[in-house]
Design a binder for this molecule. Structure first.
Ligand SMILES: Cc1cc2nc3c(=O)[nH]c(=O)nc-3n(C[C@H](O)[C@H](O)[C@H](O)COP(=O)(O)OP(=O)(O)OC[C@H]3O[C@@H](n4cnc5c(N)ncnc54)[C@H](O)[C@@H]3O)c2cc1C
Length: 413
């Protein structure tokens, strides 16, 4: 049976979810990943998977119960503060109130690395080719409709019917479809780690609680998040020009970088907020936030498509990126699987079937991307506005009131 040769570039949540869904349906594919091995552990951070996003994709992939084994519902707890330390909302001091039944609004957290391991373990051996950094993808001159991939190790793989760019922000596949590129979103985040917070930083640990702590203010925000490992990751973010990291006169490698950051940008904040920055001494990484233009579109092209951040990089200020990425994977898998039986049909070539699958997938993907990119822009505005904390706390309060009203109604029924 003639089977299409499918190459997925990037073993992030999008690429791995797609590979799993295709393999479940006996469709062969290979994932090419730049990192040297799965042991590369610098994938810190935790992700909340939404019922209608990442969780739905995992359900279709037969991995939802595995996800529930590893996810942390308590990681949903949030604490919202004003810049001066006034607490507006704190789940940690309340009775658990969020819905727990499957299909409800629960959004448990999972460590990025645990999610990746779970997906890799679900794949056939050798599906992921490690240490295969892609330099470029091109359509064959001689065999139109076939693509080849060049790697940094000097090798070239040929004969692909479909290349899926799931290679994140700086995709090497994107330029085959659009000239649009990520641009600086106006925000720089200083990422700070306290790896053994419970023991080494008990005050910070207690302050942050079980999940996330947020402080939003005009032009700045502080966000702390507990990881499954017990570490606490803090982002101290400022709205500044693209070259601020280089121009701001703080030596980010210096021992006093945190003190300088606090003194110059967060000095009027509450003591707990300042301590979260000052005591997170295990690592400091300045990160500029990048995004693709909202509503980016392109003409679909047979043989090549994009998934996740490669297609629609967003800032993390609505916490939806991974969910959109995994929904993309689900949609593309469904579109390809729907054509599976006709791969062998005489009246339609593989190329045509794949082209139709891509067209169908990209229509819904690009619409979804625009919707969530718009939401993310609103989120970013809120994260850096003087009323941002009040608005976020108000929104959670509203959700709480709804849950409680429903509980009362159920009790009364
Ligand atoms: C600080 C932060 C916090 C976030 N928090 C959340 C959250 O709470 N909830 C949420 O939904 N989203 C969140 N996101 C967004 C989320 O992380 C991304 O949207 C998601 O990881 C996208 O998945 P992906 O598979 O498309 O890309 P990626 O996760 O970027 O994976 C791309 C993969 O491709 C590989 N690769 C890159 N270039 C090449 C190449 N040339 N050749 C081969 N391989 C390559 C990379 O090594 C990587 O493994 C956050 C993002 C950030 C930065």
């Amino acid at each position: 049976m003639p089977v299409p040769k499918i190459g997925i570039i990037g073993a992030g949540p999008a690429g791995l979810t797609l590979a799993r869904l295709l393999q479940q349906n006996s469709i062969l594919c290979t994932v090419y990943e730049a990192e040297a091995s799965r042991e590369n552990r610098n994938q810190g951070g935790t992700l909340d998977l939404h019922p209608e996003g990442g969780q739905l994709a995992l359900k279709e992939a037969g991995l939802l119960s595995e996800f529930h084994k590893h996810s942390r519902p308590e990681g949903e707890a949030s604490k919202i503060l004003k810049y001066d330390g006034k607490v507006l909302w704190d789940d940690n001091v309340m009775e658990p109130w969020r819905p727990t039944a499957e299909g409800e609004q629960e959004r448990p957290e999972i460590d990025r690395i645990v999610l990746r391991d779970m997906l890799i373990d679900s794949l056939e051996k050798r599906t992921v080719q490690w240490g295969k950094k892609v330099l470029g993808v091109a359509e064959d001159e001689t065999t139109k409709g076939k693509f080849h991939v060049s790697f940094a190790d000097g090798s070239i793989e040929t004969g692909f019917d479909l290349i899926v760019g799931a290679d994140g922000a700086w995709s090497k596949v994107r330029s085959l479809l659009t000239t649009e590129k990520p641009f600086y979103a106006g925000i720089t985040a200083i990422e700070l780690w306290a790896v053994d917070a419970d023991n080494a930083n008990p005050l910070v640990s207690k302050f942050v609680g079980q999940g996330s702590m947020f402080m939003f203010d005009e032009g700045r925000s502080i966000m702390c998040q507990r990881q499954g490992s017990g570490a606490i990751r803090t982002y101290a973010c400022v709205r500044k020009p693209e070259t601020w990291v280089e121009d701001c006169d703080i030596d980010w490698t210096g021992a006093d970088a945190r003190e300088r950051l606090v003194k110059e940008y967060f000095d009027d904040c509450g003591e707990d907020l300042k301590r979260a920055i000052l005591e997170s001494r295990d690592e400091l990484i300045p990160r500029k936030c990048w995004m693709m233009p909202v509503g980016v579109k392109w003409e679909s092209r047979p043989g090549v498509t994009l998934l996740g951040d490669a297609a629609h990089l967003m800032t993390p200020f609505a916490g939806v990126g991974v969910n959109v990425a995994m929904t993309d994977a689900l949609d593309l898998a469904k579109a390809i699987i729907a054509k599976k039986d006709s791969f062998t049909a005489k009246f339609m070539s593989d190329k045509n079937n794949i082209a139709l699958a891509i067209e169908q997938y990209e229509k819904s993907m690009l619409e979804r991307a625009e919707k969530y990119a718009t939401k993310t822009m609103h989120g970013m505005k809120g994260h850096f506005s003087a009323t941002g904390s009040d608005e976020r706390a108000g929104k959670i309060q509203k959700g709480y009131n709804m849950v409680k009203a429903r509980e009362l109604k159920q009790k009364g029924a």
